[in-house]
Design a binder for this molecule. Structure first.
Ligand SMILES: [Zn+2]
Length: 351
């Protein structure tokens, strides 16, 4: 089968690799589409520990084969895959720090080599551990492939919203109108929370405007927080959610958020683009910080419900589509300074 194999920083190789073999309890999925997650972009461009690896964690496809002992799943079923599931028994799980759970970190889907998602290949193996713990979701016939592609990021966003304890009537400032910013805006609006979204790229703002999920505020680096102050009549936002790392975004987020407000960080940055900050700013202004972007198991059924909702057109945030062979072009486009991308869908195989 064909796969995009990571062989070091900025080295994705379009290769023939062995189709994964199933062990007892595993399921093999023929990959129809894989969403390009921000983490996939970052990891492909930077140096990760071991390689080769095959990335790609937001996967939808059809079951191609089931391993011995699998009774609940049949060949041909349409499924969306959860790439990580916590054990729910260890101390970290009991404390709801799911991404610190050893089993959560150890078990994931794979298309070969060191397990790393595997969605950028024609077939992906879902290990028994995930199959037995809700790692597969049967996509209802009324839900399109592209809408189902958002199961993983929507569940992660719900976890971040829950951790930040946001509630109706509040004003939340979303920094970044990329894929995560768009998903957050749609979900927060659904919960009755007002949103203001800023981004430096006019194309992304246009798409955010089309999604109609809150106020869209064009800005440049220097005036982001003053525009948010103006939007909130000088009060400041109740919370700011950083979805994309830029040099001064954390400073702007602090300046645009009211005293006693919250900052939520749901982005990662292997390139150290975010400037360091004085932690005393938080105590001085009584700001609280939540961070992390885990697949929160408690949000599982709500994520499925929202994906099925006709009022939340997550799929409309897909701005570009690429074949598996063109994955490096997609990554280059997503990482460029002038990126006009919101969500990119990769298509390893036709239906
Ligand atoms: Zn655990």
């Amino acid at each position: 089968m064909k796969a995009q194999v990571y062989r070091g920083a900025q080295q994705l190789c379009f290769e023939d690799v062995e189709r994964p073999e199933l062990k007892m309890g595993d399921v093999l999925v023929r990959t129809i589409s894989t969403g390009l997650a921000p983490q996939d972009v970052d990891r492909s461009l930077s140096k990760v520990g071991e390689f080769p690896r095959i990335f790609g964690r937001e996967i939808v496809g059809k079951i191609a084969e089931v391993g011995e002992g699998v009774e609940d799943w049949q060949v041909g079923q349409r499924v969306a895959v959860r790439s990580r599931v916590p054990c729910l028994q260890c101390d970290d799980c009991i404390d709801r720090r799911f991404s610190a759970c050893t089993s959560y970190r150890r078990h994931t889907t794979t298309a070969g080599f060191f397990p790393a998602g595997g969605g950028f290949a024609e077939f992906v193996r879902v290990p028994r551990y995930l199959v037995e713990r809700g790692g597969l979701w049967a996509i209802p016939s009324s839900v399109s492939w592209e809408q189902a592609l958002f199961l993983d990021p929507v569940q992660r966003c719900l976890g971040a919203i829950d951790r930040a304890n946001l509630h109706p009537g509040q004003i939340v400032w979303i920094l970044g109108a990329g894929s995560l910013g768009s998903i957050l805006a749609l979900v927060l609006k659904h919960f009755g929370i007002r949103t203001a979204i800023t981004d430096l790229n006019p194309d992304r703002l246009d798409r955010a405007r089309d999604l109609n999920a809150g106020a869209v505020i064009p800005s440049v680096y220097d005036d982001m927080h003053t525009k948010i102050q103006a939007f909130t009549d000088g009060r400041g936002s109740d919370a700011a959610i950083l979805t994309f790392p830029t040099r001064y975004s954390i400073h702007h987020a602090i300046d645009g958020t009211r005293r006693g407000g919250q900052l939520a960080l749901i982005c990662d940055d292997p390139f150290d683009r975010m400037q360091t900050i004085d932690p005393c700013l938080f105590s001085r202004r009584e700001l609280s910080l939540t961070a992390g972007f885990t697949l929160d198991v408690r949000q599982r059924s709500l994520a499925e419900e929202l994906i099925c909702s006709r009022h939340l057109p997550f799929e409309q945030s897909i701005s570009h589509r690429y074949s598996l062979e063109d994955l490096p072009i997609a990554i280059e486009r997503a990482s460029s300074e002038e990126a006009d991308t919101v969500k990119i869908a990769i298509y390893p195989q036709s239906e």
